[in-house]
Design a protein around this ligand. Structure first.
Ligand code: NAP
Length: 321
């Protein structure tokens, strides 16, 4: 089976590329910057040029493709309009998939999207879900929440650097998951008919609030955090302010997400159905405790080695002079 992965340089995309190569798939990645994507080529993928803001570059990338995995989304610092990347380009990707007779189309949406349709990015995700359902292409929609990987810059690094951890006053419990587990499940789903034309939650096994995560990081790293609490009203004010200017529109969208994760984020969901179909045990899914333990262990080891090298250099310098 030959895969076209869109968004292969992203947090989730790169894990999906790695897993699919490991499982022996032939992989093509649609990328807009060959230099930035050179690591994907080194891993063994074929790179094809495509920019979602230039929709005419999309159809050619589908030549010889059996399945599409779309992990792309607007980057927060992207100047382009979110509607171009997360709506128009995806409509064209689906139209091209219909014409190219693609066997399976995998799309990543957001958990409980229908409850948050006022948030611009979520509204666009819902429109793409509708388009996929109407397309007659075999699709699977995985509904995601937060990634473990996003917790490193948000919590682990500031705690290690003794910098402020920014949190909102209210915080919901989010079922964070490792993108490597999302990748493992996504690739397995390609060969199982029970995933066809399904929309399923793909989330972690346990939910976490900001303070749970901070406590866990403190416990594992042995460091105390400095917490700065942002009131929700300030977040809302900034969101409305940034909405007025086109160049800050993406900032406004991201803030809307933060607000959504801070309050009323109903997450009484599980991925029981996926585990059942794939005959996976909960022990096959990584826990946040393990993930952070391993992260801090590796960082501490690196810091010790660095310190050892510095001390060694100082000793050499002392003996030389
Ligand atoms: N992050 C989360 O916590 C989260 C939560 C729920 C759902 N999701 C969903 O999961 C999926 C993956 O998210 P992610 O966080 O892994 O995304 P990400 O790290 O932000 O990566 C976005 C990808 O899209 C590509 N892209 C953006 N604009 C492009 C353009 N104009 N042309 C071609 N490629 C373009 C980027 O390529 P460049 O490297 O060239 O920029 C990158 O590969 C998305 O559908 C997202 O909505 C994410």
């Amino acid at each position: 089976m030959s895969l076209l992965i869109v968004g292969g340089t992203g947090t989730l995309g790169r894990q999906i590329v790695r897993k699919s190569l490991h499982e022996g798939f032939q992989v093509k990645c649609l990328v807009r910057n060959f230099r930035k994507a050179s690591f994907l080529k080194e891993w063994g993928t074929e790179l094809v040029y495509g920019d979602l803001t230039l929709p005419e570059t999309i159809p050619l990338a589908l030549c010889g493709t059996t399945a599409i995995i779309d992990c792309s989304t607007t980057r927060p610092n992207d100047l382009y309009n979110i509607e171009l990347i997360d709506l128009k380009a995806k409509y064209i990707l689906i139209e091209s998939a219909i014409k190219a007779n693609i066997n399976h189309y995998i799309f990543f949406s957001l958990l409980n999207s229908n409850s948050y349709s006022k948030i611009p990015l979520i509204r666009l995700k819902i429109l793409i879900e509708h388009r996929l359902r109407a397309s007659k292409v075999n699709y699977t929609i995985f509904n995601l929440s937060g990634f473990f990987q996003g917790l490193i810059p948000q919590y682990a690094l500031p705690i290690l650097d003794q910098e402020s951890v920014w949190i909102t006053a209210e915080s919901s419990s989010v079922p964070y998951i490792n993108t490597q587990d999302i990748a493992m499940i996504t690739i397995k789903s390609l060969s199982i008919s029970q995933f066809i034309n399904k929309s399923l939650p793909l989330v972690g096994l346990k939910t976490w609030t900001s303070s749970d995560i901070i406590k866990l990081c403190e416990k594992i790293s042995g460091k105390r955090s400095k917490i700065t609490t942002v009131p929700i009203y300030l977040l809302k004010f900034t969101m409305y302010l940034t909405r007025f200017f086109q160049w800050t529109w993406n900032v406004s969208t991201r803030l809307a997400f933060t607000e959504m994760l801070s309050i009323n984020y109903d997450l009484c969901v599980s991925m029981k159905e996926i585990l059942y179909i794939l005959k996976l045990d909960i022990r096959d899914i990584e826990s946040l405790e393990n993930y952070l333990q391993e992260y801090f262990r590796r960082i501490m080891k690196k810091l010790k080695e660095l310190n050892y090298e510095i001390l060694n250099d100082q000793n050499i310098n002392r003996t030389n002079f």
